[in-house]
Design a protein around this ligand. Sequence first.
Ligand code: NAD
Length: 352
Amino acid sequence: MLAFVYDALPSRVVFGAGSLDKLFDEARRLGAHRALVLCTPEQRAMGADIAGRLGAHSVGVFDGAVMHVPGEVAAAARDKARKLEADCCVAIGGGSTTGLAKAIALTSELPILAIPTTYAGSEMTPIWGLTEGGVKKTGRDLRVLPKTVIYDPVLTLSLPVAMSVTSGINAIAHCVEALYARDANPIISLIAEEGIRALAGSLREIAKRSDDLEARSSALYGAWLGGVSLGSVGMALHHKLCHTLGGTFNLPHAETHAVVLPHAVAYNASAASDAMERVARALGARSAAEGLYDLAASLGAPVSLEALGMTRDQLDRAADLAVQNAYYNPRPITRDGIRTLLEDAFDGRRPR
Ligand code: NAD
Protein backbone atom coordinates (compact mmCIF):
# COMPACT_ATOMS: atom_id res chain seq x y z
CA MET A 1 0.00 0.00 0.00
CA LEU A 2 1.25 3.50 -0.83
CA ALA A 3 2.73 5.59 1.97
CA PHE A 4 5.37 8.24 1.38
CA VAL A 5 6.64 11.77 1.97
CA TYR A 6 7.43 13.89 -1.07
CA ASP A 7 9.34 17.19 -1.02
CA ALA A 8 9.66 19.05 -4.32
CA LEU A 9 13.02 20.80 -4.72
CA PRO A 10 12.67 24.51 -5.48
CA SER A 11 14.63 25.20 -8.65
CA ARG A 12 13.80 26.81 -11.97
CA VAL A 13 14.75 24.90 -15.13
CA VAL A 14 15.13 26.48 -18.56
CA PHE A 15 15.64 23.75 -21.15
CA GLY A 16 16.30 23.66 -24.88
CA ALA A 17 18.78 24.13 -27.70
CA GLY A 18 19.74 27.81 -27.74
CA SER A 19 18.47 28.45 -24.21
CA LEU A 20 21.86 29.93 -23.26
CA ASP A 21 20.59 33.04 -25.07
CA LYS A 22 18.27 33.50 -22.08
CA LEU A 23 21.22 33.72 -19.66
CA PHE A 24 21.21 37.50 -19.30
CA ASP A 25 17.48 37.64 -18.50
CA GLU A 26 17.70 34.66 -16.17
CA ALA A 27 20.61 36.20 -14.26
CA ARG A 28 18.68 39.46 -13.90
CA ARG A 29 15.64 37.51 -12.75
CA LEU A 30 17.84 36.12 -9.94
CA GLY A 31 18.82 39.67 -9.04
CA ALA A 32 22.44 39.18 -10.15
CA HIS A 33 24.34 42.41 -10.78
CA ARG A 34 27.82 41.13 -9.90
CA ALA A 35 28.08 37.52 -11.05
CA LEU A 36 31.27 35.49 -10.62
CA VAL A 37 31.60 32.94 -13.43
CA LEU A 38 33.12 29.54 -12.52
CA CYS A 39 34.64 26.97 -14.87
CA THR A 40 37.52 24.46 -15.21
CA PRO A 41 40.80 25.46 -16.88
CA GLU A 42 39.74 23.28 -19.85
CA GLN A 43 36.49 25.22 -20.25
CA ARG A 44 38.07 28.68 -19.93
CA ALA A 45 36.74 29.74 -23.33
CA MET A 46 33.18 28.81 -22.30
CA GLY A 47 33.66 30.76 -19.05
CA ALA A 48 34.82 33.83 -20.98
CA ASP A 49 31.81 33.53 -23.30
CA ILE A 50 29.46 33.46 -20.29
CA ALA A 51 31.14 36.54 -18.78
CA GLY A 52 30.79 38.28 -22.14
CA ARG A 53 27.09 37.46 -22.31
CA LEU A 54 26.60 38.92 -18.82
CA GLY A 55 28.53 42.06 -19.77
CA ALA A 56 28.59 44.64 -16.96
CA HIS A 57 26.74 42.16 -14.73
CA SER A 58 29.81 39.91 -14.44
CA VAL A 59 32.69 40.77 -12.09
CA GLY A 60 35.08 38.08 -13.31
CA VAL A 61 35.88 34.44 -14.02
CA PHE A 62 37.39 31.87 -11.63
CA ASP A 63 38.70 29.12 -13.89
CA GLY A 64 40.27 26.80 -11.32
CA ALA A 65 37.51 24.23 -10.76
CA VAL A 66 38.87 20.65 -10.42
CA MET A 67 37.44 17.24 -9.51
CA HIS A 68 36.14 16.67 -5.93
CA VAL A 69 36.43 20.34 -4.78
CA PRO A 70 39.77 20.41 -2.90
CA GLY A 71 39.61 22.66 0.18
CA GLU A 72 42.30 25.03 -1.11
CA VAL A 73 40.45 25.56 -4.40
CA ALA A 74 37.21 26.25 -2.50
CA ALA A 75 39.07 28.73 -0.28
CA ALA A 76 40.56 30.56 -3.28
CA ALA A 77 37.17 30.76 -5.03
CA ARG A 78 35.42 31.98 -1.85
CA ASP A 79 38.12 34.59 -1.42
CA LYS A 80 37.70 35.83 -4.99
CA ALA A 81 33.91 35.99 -4.60
CA ARG A 82 34.28 38.02 -1.41
CA LYS A 83 36.90 40.42 -2.79
CA LEU A 84 34.88 41.07 -5.94
CA GLU A 85 31.69 41.46 -3.87
CA ALA A 86 29.95 38.90 -6.07
CA ASP A 87 26.20 38.55 -5.56
CA CYS A 88 25.76 35.34 -7.60
CA CYS A 89 27.79 32.41 -8.98
CA VAL A 90 27.29 31.28 -12.55
CA ALA A 91 28.74 27.78 -12.91
CA ILE A 92 29.34 26.49 -16.44
CA GLY A 93 30.62 22.91 -16.65
CA GLY A 94 30.20 19.49 -15.09
CA GLY A 95 29.86 18.29 -11.53
CA SER A 96 33.26 19.67 -10.54
CA THR A 97 32.34 23.23 -11.44
CA THR A 98 28.86 23.03 -9.94
CA GLY A 99 30.52 21.55 -6.84
CA LEU A 100 32.78 24.59 -6.53
CA ALA A 101 29.79 26.94 -6.76
CA LYS A 102 28.15 24.90 -4.00
CA ALA A 103 31.25 25.27 -1.79
CA ILE A 104 30.93 29.06 -2.17
CA ALA A 105 27.17 29.00 -1.52
CA LEU A 106 27.63 26.86 1.58
CA THR A 107 29.46 29.63 3.43
CA SER A 108 28.09 32.74 1.69
CA GLU A 109 24.54 31.81 0.60
CA LEU A 110 25.23 33.32 -2.82
CA PRO A 111 22.60 32.07 -5.29
CA ILE A 112 23.83 29.73 -8.05
CA LEU A 113 22.85 29.79 -11.69
CA ALA A 114 24.12 26.50 -13.14
CA ILE A 115 24.73 25.69 -16.80
CA PRO A 116 25.58 21.97 -16.93
CA THR A 117 27.71 20.60 -19.76
CA THR A 118 27.89 16.94 -18.61
CA TYR A 119 25.23 14.49 -17.41
CA ALA A 120 26.40 14.23 -13.75
CA GLY A 121 23.27 15.95 -12.37
CA SER A 122 24.79 17.91 -9.48
CA GLU A 123 22.88 21.02 -10.57
CA MET A 124 19.57 19.49 -9.39
CA THR A 125 20.78 18.40 -5.94
CA PRO A 126 21.28 20.05 -2.53
CA ILE A 127 24.31 17.75 -2.04
CA TRP A 128 27.73 19.37 -1.56
CA GLY A 129 31.16 17.75 -1.38
CA LEU A 130 34.52 19.05 -0.16
CA THR A 131 37.88 17.27 -0.02
CA GLU A 132 40.14 18.14 2.92
CA GLY A 133 43.32 16.20 3.74
CA GLY A 134 42.48 13.55 1.15
CA VAL A 135 39.06 12.84 2.66
CA LYS A 136 35.87 13.86 0.80
CA LYS A 137 33.03 14.98 3.04
CA THR A 138 29.52 15.35 1.67
CA GLY A 139 26.34 16.81 3.09
CA ARG A 140 22.89 18.09 2.18
CA ASP A 141 21.97 21.74 2.47
CA LEU A 142 19.25 23.55 0.52
CA ARG A 143 21.44 26.67 0.35
CA VAL A 144 23.64 24.96 -2.26
CA LEU A 145 20.80 23.93 -4.58
CA PRO A 146 21.12 26.07 -7.74
CA LYS A 147 18.21 28.51 -8.00
CA THR A 148 18.18 28.43 -11.80
CA VAL A 149 19.49 25.81 -14.22
CA ILE A 150 19.91 26.44 -17.94
CA TYR A 151 20.13 23.19 -19.91
CA ASP A 152 21.34 23.88 -23.43
CA PRO A 153 22.22 20.67 -25.31
CA VAL A 154 24.33 22.67 -27.78
CA LEU A 155 26.91 23.00 -24.98
CA THR A 156 27.21 19.22 -24.74
CA LEU A 157 28.15 18.70 -28.40
CA SER A 158 31.82 19.10 -27.43
CA LEU A 159 31.66 16.41 -24.74
CA PRO A 160 33.73 13.52 -26.18
CA VAL A 161 31.79 10.29 -26.81
CA ALA A 162 33.69 8.31 -24.13
CA MET A 163 32.91 10.96 -21.50
CA SER A 164 29.32 11.28 -22.70
CA VAL A 165 28.85 7.54 -22.24
CA THR A 166 30.34 7.30 -18.74
CA SER A 167 28.69 10.53 -17.61
CA GLY A 168 25.37 9.25 -18.99
CA ILE A 169 25.76 5.96 -17.10
CA ASN A 170 26.51 8.02 -13.97
CA ALA A 171 23.09 9.64 -14.50
CA ILE A 172 21.47 6.23 -15.08
CA ALA A 173 22.95 5.12 -11.74
CA HIS A 174 21.12 7.96 -9.94
CA CYS A 175 17.86 6.79 -11.52
CA VAL A 176 18.45 3.10 -10.74
CA GLU A 177 19.17 3.65 -7.06
CA ALA A 178 16.22 6.07 -6.74
CA LEU A 179 13.94 3.19 -7.75
CA TYR A 180 14.96 1.15 -4.68
CA ALA A 181 15.62 4.03 -2.28
CA ARG A 182 14.41 3.68 1.30
CA ASP A 183 12.40 6.92 0.80
CA ALA A 184 11.32 6.14 -2.79
CA ASN A 185 8.05 7.73 -3.86
CA PRO A 186 5.85 7.30 -6.93
CA ILE A 187 6.71 10.64 -8.55
CA ILE A 188 10.47 10.18 -8.32
CA SER A 189 10.10 6.58 -9.52
CA LEU A 190 8.29 7.81 -12.65
CA ILE A 191 11.04 10.36 -13.17
CA ALA A 192 13.77 7.78 -12.61
CA GLU A 193 12.35 5.19 -15.00
CA GLU A 194 11.87 7.84 -17.70
CA GLY A 195 15.44 9.03 -17.06
CA ILE A 196 16.87 5.56 -17.74
CA ARG A 197 14.79 5.24 -20.91
CA ALA A 198 15.85 8.66 -22.23
CA LEU A 199 19.53 8.15 -21.40
CA ALA A 200 19.89 4.58 -22.70
CA GLY A 201 18.23 5.46 -26.01
CA SER A 202 20.13 8.69 -26.56
CA LEU A 203 23.54 7.34 -25.56
CA ARG A 204 23.21 4.65 -28.23
CA GLU A 205 22.65 7.43 -30.81
CA ILE A 206 25.45 9.65 -29.45
CA ALA A 207 27.91 6.74 -29.68
CA LYS A 208 27.10 6.56 -33.41
CA ARG A 209 27.01 10.33 -34.06
CA SER A 210 28.23 12.66 -31.33
CA ASP A 211 26.82 15.79 -33.04
CA ASP A 212 23.23 14.48 -33.15
CA LEU A 213 21.50 17.40 -31.43
CA GLU A 214 18.24 15.50 -31.00
CA ALA A 215 20.07 12.73 -29.11
CA ARG A 216 22.09 15.30 -27.14
CA SER A 217 18.85 16.97 -26.12
CA SER A 218 17.32 13.66 -25.03
CA ALA A 219 20.47 12.75 -23.04
CA LEU A 220 20.46 16.10 -21.25
CA TYR A 221 16.76 15.64 -20.49
CA GLY A 222 17.64 12.23 -19.00
CA ALA A 223 20.48 13.83 -17.03
CA TRP A 224 18.03 16.36 -15.58
CA LEU A 225 15.79 13.49 -14.48
CA GLY A 226 18.81 11.70 -13.01
CA GLY A 227 19.75 14.82 -11.07
CA VAL A 228 16.21 15.18 -9.73
CA SER A 229 16.28 11.52 -8.66
CA LEU A 230 19.63 11.90 -6.90
CA GLY A 231 18.57 15.12 -5.20
CA SER A 232 15.21 13.85 -4.01
CA VAL A 233 15.75 10.41 -2.45
CA GLY A 234 18.58 8.57 -0.73
CA MET A 235 21.08 6.45 -2.61
CA ALA A 236 22.47 3.06 -1.54
CA LEU A 237 25.21 0.47 -2.17
CA HIS A 238 26.21 1.61 -5.66
CA HIS A 239 26.85 5.26 -4.72
CA LYS A 240 28.56 4.31 -1.44
CA LEU A 241 30.89 1.88 -3.23
CA CYS A 242 31.78 4.39 -5.95
CA HIS A 243 32.47 7.03 -3.29
CA THR A 244 34.77 4.64 -1.39
CA LEU A 245 36.59 3.39 -4.50
CA GLY A 246 36.99 6.88 -5.95
CA GLY A 247 38.19 8.44 -2.68
CA THR A 248 40.53 5.66 -1.55
CA PHE A 249 42.02 4.46 -4.82
CA ASN A 250 41.70 7.72 -6.76
CA LEU A 251 39.59 6.14 -9.50
CA PRO A 252 37.87 8.38 -12.08
CA HIS A 253 34.32 9.31 -11.00
CA ALA A 254 32.09 8.58 -14.01
CA GLU A 255 34.07 5.53 -15.20
CA THR A 256 33.82 3.94 -11.75
CA HIS A 257 30.04 4.36 -11.88
CA ALA A 258 29.97 2.67 -15.30
CA VAL A 259 31.92 -0.36 -14.05
CA VAL A 260 30.23 -0.85 -10.67
CA LEU A 261 26.57 -0.27 -11.60
CA PRO A 262 25.69 -3.69 -13.13
CA HIS A 263 27.31 -5.46 -10.16
CA ALA A 264 25.62 -3.34 -7.49
CA VAL A 265 22.33 -3.98 -9.28
CA ALA A 266 23.00 -7.74 -9.47
CA TYR A 267 23.73 -7.68 -5.72
CA ASN A 268 20.39 -5.99 -5.00
CA ALA A 269 18.30 -7.84 -7.59
CA SER A 270 16.70 -10.36 -5.24
CA ALA A 271 15.72 -7.66 -2.74
CA ALA A 272 14.20 -5.07 -5.10
CA SER A 273 12.21 -6.92 -7.74
CA ASP A 274 9.85 -4.05 -8.64
CA ALA A 275 12.79 -1.67 -9.20
CA MET A 276 14.57 -4.34 -11.29
CA GLU A 277 11.52 -4.79 -13.52
CA ARG A 278 11.34 -1.05 -14.09
CA VAL A 279 15.06 -0.79 -14.94
CA ALA A 280 14.83 -3.73 -17.36
CA ARG A 281 11.69 -2.26 -18.98
CA ALA A 282 13.37 1.13 -19.43
CA LEU A 283 16.40 -0.54 -21.03
CA GLY A 284 14.35 -2.94 -23.14
CA ALA A 285 16.38 -5.77 -21.59
CA ARG A 286 15.61 -9.17 -20.05
CA SER A 287 17.16 -8.30 -16.71
CA ALA A 288 18.35 -5.07 -15.12
CA ALA A 289 21.93 -6.12 -14.30
CA GLU A 290 22.56 -7.82 -17.66
CA GLY A 291 20.95 -4.94 -19.50
CA LEU A 292 23.15 -2.38 -17.74
CA TYR A 293 26.29 -4.41 -18.39
CA ASP A 294 25.42 -4.90 -22.05
CA LEU A 295 24.61 -1.21 -22.46
CA ALA A 296 27.98 -0.15 -21.01
CA ALA A 297 29.91 -2.75 -23.04
CA SER A 298 28.12 -1.91 -26.30
CA LEU A 299 28.86 1.80 -25.82
CA GLY A 300 32.55 1.10 -25.30
CA ALA A 301 32.59 2.08 -21.60
CA PRO A 302 35.12 0.40 -19.32
CA VAL A 303 33.63 -2.73 -17.71
CA SER A 304 36.37 -3.72 -15.25
CA LEU A 305 37.99 -2.04 -12.26
CA GLU A 306 41.27 -3.42 -13.54
CA ALA A 307 40.92 -1.24 -16.63
CA LEU A 308 40.62 1.79 -14.32
CA GLY A 309 43.96 1.03 -12.71
CA MET A 310 42.90 -0.86 -9.59
CA THR A 311 44.96 -3.90 -8.57
CA ARG A 312 43.63 -7.24 -7.30
CA ASP A 313 45.46 -6.88 -3.98
CA GLN A 314 43.38 -3.75 -3.23
CA LEU A 315 40.08 -5.64 -3.25
CA ASP A 316 40.26 -6.80 0.38
CA ARG A 317 40.89 -3.26 1.63
CA ALA A 318 38.06 -1.97 -0.58
CA ALA A 319 35.69 -4.59 0.86
CA ASP A 320 36.72 -3.71 4.44
CA LEU A 321 36.12 0.00 3.83
CA ALA A 322 32.80 -0.61 2.09
CA VAL A 323 31.33 -2.36 5.13
CA GLN A 324 32.84 -0.02 7.73
CA ASN A 325 29.83 2.30 8.14
CA ALA A 326 26.25 1.07 8.21
CA TYR A 327 23.88 2.51 5.58
CA TYR A 328 20.58 1.63 3.99
CA ASN A 329 20.57 -0.92 1.19
CA PRO A 330 17.67 -3.10 0.03
CA ARG A 331 19.78 -6.24 0.55
CA PRO A 332 21.80 -6.39 3.76
CA ILE A 333 25.48 -5.63 3.25
CA THR A 334 27.85 -8.48 4.08
CA ARG A 335 31.61 -8.43 3.76
CA ASP A 336 31.64 -11.68 1.76
CA GLY A 337 28.92 -10.43 -0.58
CA ILE A 338 30.75 -7.16 -1.23
CA ARG A 339 34.08 -8.96 -1.73
CA THR A 340 32.47 -11.16 -4.41
CA LEU A 341 30.83 -8.13 -6.04
CA LEU A 342 34.19 -6.34 -6.16
CA GLU A 343 35.93 -9.37 -7.63
CA ASP A 344 33.28 -9.58 -10.38
CA ALA A 345 33.64 -5.85 -11.06
CA PHE A 346 37.44 -6.15 -11.04
CA ASP A 347 37.33 -8.89 -13.66
CA GLY A 348 34.54 -7.22 -15.63
CA ARG A 349 32.37 -10.38 -15.51
CA ARG A 350 28.89 -10.12 -17.05
CA PRO A 351 26.41 -10.51 -14.16
CA ARG A 352 23.91 -13.36 -14.29
P1 NAD B 1 33.81 17.15 -14.39
O1 NAD B 1 32.94 18.28 -14.02
O2 NAD B 1 34.99 16.88 -13.52
O3 NAD B 1 34.32 17.35 -15.89
C1 NAD B 1 35.30 16.47 -16.42
C2 NAD B 1 36.07 17.19 -17.54
O4 NAD B 1 35.21 17.38 -18.64
C3 NAD B 1 36.56 18.58 -17.13
O5 NAD B 1 37.83 18.77 -17.67
C4 NAD B 1 35.57 19.50 -17.82
O6 NAD B 1 36.11 20.77 -18.10
C5 NAD B 1 35.27 18.72 -19.09
N1 NAD B 1 33.97 19.03 -19.70
C6 NAD B 1 32.79 19.19 -19.08
N2 NAD B 1 31.82 19.43 -19.97
C7 NAD B 1 32.41 19.44 -21.19
C8 NAD B 1 31.93 19.64 -22.51
N3 NAD B 1 30.63 19.84 -22.77
N4 NAD B 1 32.81 19.58 -23.53
C9 NAD B 1 34.13 19.32 -23.29
N5 NAD B 1 34.64 19.12 -22.06
C10 NAD B 1 33.78 19.18 -21.02
O7 NAD B 1 33.00 15.77 -14.51
P2 NAD B 1 31.56 15.33 -13.97
O8 NAD B 1 31.52 13.88 -14.16
O9 NAD B 1 30.49 16.17 -14.56
O10 NAD B 1 31.60 15.68 -12.42
C11 NAD B 1 32.25 14.85 -11.50
C12 NAD B 1 32.25 15.48 -10.13
O11 NAD B 1 30.95 15.89 -9.77
C13 NAD B 1 32.71 14.52 -9.05
O12 NAD B 1 33.50 15.21 -8.11
C14 NAD B 1 31.40 14.09 -8.39
O13 NAD B 1 31.58 13.66 -7.05
C15 NAD B 1 30.59 15.33 -8.51
N6 NAD B 1 29.13 15.10 -8.51
C16 NAD B 1 28.40 15.68 -7.51
C17 NAD B 1 27.03 15.52 -7.47
C18 NAD B 1 26.22 16.19 -6.40
O14 NAD B 1 25.01 16.08 -6.39
N7 NAD B 1 26.85 16.90 -5.50
C19 NAD B 1 26.38 14.77 -8.48
C20 NAD B 1 27.14 14.18 -9.48
C21 NAD B 1 28.53 14.37 -9.49
